[in-house]
Ligand binder design. Sequence first.
Ligand code: FES
Ligand SMILES: [Fe+2]
Length: 337
Amino acid sequence: MSETFAWGWFGVGFTRDVPARAAMAATVCGRELAVWRRASGELVALDAWCPHLGAHMGHGGTVVDDNLRCHFHGFCFDREGRCTRTGYGGRVPPKAVVRSHPVIDFGGVVAVWFDPEDRPPTWTPELPSTEGWVAPRGMQWTFAGRPQEIAENSVDLGHLTVVHDYAGARVHGDVRFDGPILRAEIRFTRRLPLWGRRGPITEHRARITQHGVGLAVVETHTPALGLDTRFVVAGTALDATTVTLRTTDSMRSLRHHPLLRPLGGRVPTGLLDALAMSPLHASFVGDVSQDVPIWSRKRVLDRPALAEGDGPIGRYRTWAKQFYRAPRVGLPLVDED
Ligand code: FES
Ligand SMILES: [Fe+2]
């Protein structure tokens, strides 16, 4: 049982940063990992410390024949973490095994399963299809904090107006708590950043799917412009007091936009996508950059003085408690407040 680290799926890097033939070092909740990919593209996450003589395989390990090869004495490990050969050609020592962790690509973020007691995953987050979407852009910040505080932002309605200058923020429909998954739709109006300060003020409908406290996707539809964007938010504890926040943002390609259809494909949509993505990315990053200085200095209050207009923070916190407790099944997940 852990009071420090939540169990769940957590981002440990950007998918595009995993090299083709070498390992990438990663950290989740004090655990060091070596992330690499097989020839098929499949991601693998192994404990970083080589069981031979302790080299960190995330810093120098290479991929050879779909194995991770330690750069110190050449021991090789397959996707399950089994040693397949030593660097000397002799018998493989039975103790030469490293732990393999479930790993997925979540919208451009490499996400691994973490459980303080090493229990297997109870669910696997799924992202809606990325077909027809622009390649995601990423950004990351490291600061004092923990993932749960970042995830709380998704139901913190009050700060949307005060910090981000949105207007009329409200929860549309019910907030649904479905085991480890929280779903909510938030509607608000704001100035669209596409044309700088002259962008139109439009309504936005943001569907939030929060997978545990570590991973979320926010899918925003802007009806007036027929625009769809997607924002992945991944907060990961590096240790007990430090968090790394990674975000990716993407938009549905303008290739199929109704307003451009009459032009019959004569418009170079790649260029239009790039032109639209730049200010959207700047806007996403700008929003998070407004939150980070607050998150990095705030205290966690167990008894917050919640007020009308706050959004369902109490219910969020009750839901979030499940990730710090064992057992994971059979808990009364949500007390209505
Ligand atoms: S420490 Fe990895 S092979 Fe020796
Ligand atoms: Fe925010």
